[in-house]
Design a protein around this ligand. Structure first.
Ligand code: HEC
Length: 415
């Protein structure tokens, strides 16, 4: 039952998270585009500062922007903030659901640090908060006078955090926390800077005063940061499905390269939409950064090692004292799954353990208990097309390993 709840809960949370993130990124890209495409209007009192025309959905739109605000507060005002808040909230619950509830599989790698689930979750959540505080302090410091200095410092900070996460979490957990850290900066910008500043502008209007233009400037700066962070964050969020992207010892450098390439691609479009020309150089540079990232990941795959002339994969020392799967289960999984789910798979066409699911020792099999039960016991998802001809009896044994508490006890007793 637990397996079914975990699986469905994860799926539903991810569904909502992706929907809200699409809404947020969509509106954020749209407003960046509008800002870039605005045609300035002549300075006339009480009039808008820029405008643009768009055609969509069977009609024409005439958008005008007031910098900082119109003279009078409009009666009805549409806010754009819940796209951001709901993306963060659903993402946070998804992080808890996948990485803290199933921490043994996804977050804690005893070969990196043998920490408790509580400590791992504490480090994860505290880092998100700390990340926001540091980033916000950087933006409020004299460094922020120069956009390039600020960007370089922010970049170094994110790479440092990616490196730090690698020292405490599993490779996959480290990447997702780096993504979550950046996403927290983005939502923090909306919730703690942009929206409160907008409220100050509105308060000034209500008092009949002219609002301070600095609020508009700060808001624009923070939403530009968000724009440049978007593509790298999406990469980090989907990386967990692609083990090669995160499993290198230099994964924090991969984070840096992805930041560079994602930001450059945004830069190309931001400049183009603003009519400042097509900076085509962005594309080859972004591509080189991605090729470097691929190169860095290669020693993690048997095929990559062969290509680089590095020989066999180095042995990984088993960590002593971990619970093991019962012998009966381990035999089935070794016989039916390990040809693909190994560090050096022997199945033709499979070059790394699919999805990072390594099933090559009783300890690893025990760690992946829930997933094995869901994919091979409760459903027939694995092996693909039953390639290794697992029998109904064997599936029943995998299922029972899940339902009987004795399965786990036995696994801890039988070395
Ligand atoms: C012929 C190779 C092969 C065999 C044998 C095989 N798998 Fe897989 N497995 C794959 C591939 C390929 C994927 C990735 C599927 C995808 O991309 O959705 C995968 C994915 C998985 C996943 C991750 C699913 C996810 O989406 O996160 C689990 C868990 C898994 N396999 C368990 C098993 C178990 C248990 C067995 C043995 C009963 C097994 N596999 C046998 C090839 C294999």
């Amino acid at each position: 039952m637990e397996g079914i709840i975990l699986e469905w809960g994860g799926m539903l949370l991810r569904w909502v998270h992706i929907i809200t993130a699409i809404a947020w990124i969509g509106s954020s890209f749209y407003f960046m585009h509008i800002d870039a495409a605005l045609k300035p209007l002549p300075r006339v009192r009480n009039a808008a500062d820029g405008e643009l025309w768009e055609v969509h959905g069977g009609g024409f739109y005439h958008v005008q922007k007031y910098l900082v605000a119109p003279e009078q507060l409009p009666k009805e005002l549409i806010w754009h903030k819940w796209e951001s808040y709901s993306s963060w909230i659903t993402g946070f619950f998804l992080l808890i659901w996948v990485y803290y509830v199933s921490a043994e599989v996804y977050l804690i790698d005893p070969a990196v640090q043998k920490i408790s689930v509580g400590l791992a979750a504490f480090i994860g959540i505290a880092s998100l908060a700390l990340g926001w505080l540091v980033y916000n302090a950087l933006c409020n410091s004299p460094l922020a006078k120069n956009d390039v200095t600020l960007a370089a410092t922010g970049f170094a900070f994110i790479m440092f955090m990616a490196w730090f996460f690698q020292q405490v979490f599993s490779a996959r957990g480290a990447f997702i926390h780096t993504g979550a850290l950046m996403a927290t900066m983005m939502t923090g910008n909306v919730a703690l800077v942009i929206i409160p500043n907008q409220s100050k502008v509105i308060d000034a209007l209500m008092r009949g005063e002219a609002p301070d233009p600095k609020y508009g400037k700060i808001g624009k700066q923070r939403s530009t940061h968000n724009n440049y962070l978007t593509l790298p964050v999406i990469f980090l969020m989907i990386s967990n499905h692609y083990p090669l992207s995160y499993s290198s010892p230099y994964a924090f450098i991969v984070v840096g390269l992805v930041l560079v390439s994602g930001a450059l691609i945004r830069h190309f479009y931001n400049e183009r939409h603003a009519g400042r020309g097509d900076h085509w150089w962005c594309w080859p540079v972004a591509m080189i950064a991605m090729l470097l990232a691929i190169y860095i990941s290669m020693p993690q795959a048997a095929a990559g090692r062969a290509f680089l002339g590095l020989g066999d994969m180095p042995e990984v020392k088993p960590v002593a004292g971990l619970p093991k799967a019962p012998a009966e289960v381990a035999d089935i999984v070794t016989g039916r799954c390990s040809m693909c789910h190994a560090r050096e798979p022997v199945w033709q066409g499979i070059h790394t353990a699919p999805k990072g699911v390594l099933l090559d020792s009783p300890e690893m099999i025990e760690r992946w208990r829930h997933e094995i039960i869901v994919h091979a016991g409760l459903t027939r998802a694995m092996p693909p097309n039953n390639l290794t001809e697992i029998t109904g009896d064997e599936r029943r044994i995998l299922r029972n390993w899940g339902s009987s508490a004795s399965g786990q006890k036995q696994s801890q007793l039988n070395p």
